[in-house]
Design a protein around this ligand. Sequence first.
Ligand SMILES: [Zn+2]
Length: 115
Amino acid sequence: MMEAYIWYKNGDHPEDNCTFIGEGENKFLSEGKVVRYFRDPGIPGDELCSRCDFFFTMHGWIDKPCGGQMVCPGDIIIKNAAGEWEAYHKDREYNNKRQMESVKVCQDTINIDSK
Ligand SMILES: [Zn+2]
């Protein structure tokens, strides 16, 4: 059976293993183990994502052997054949583009490594 989870916010993935840190008003959920925080110094957090119209601060991130993958709120996280978690967006065209980008990151990494 394929494992699939819909992700909206930090801690939604059952393998995120989030715990509460701090107490009272300062209490917050620790960063997810599967879907991490999306933080890119080149992208302001208060900017809206053109794919989902949510702020970038509301996005997640999945680490990959080469680079990683941004997760939009509402994306479905599935376990692929290699046993890695992967985000799927409802926009098929965007998925293809995202797939191509991560392959490119992978190839760039290999090129750097082999030099
Ligand atoms: Zn988005």
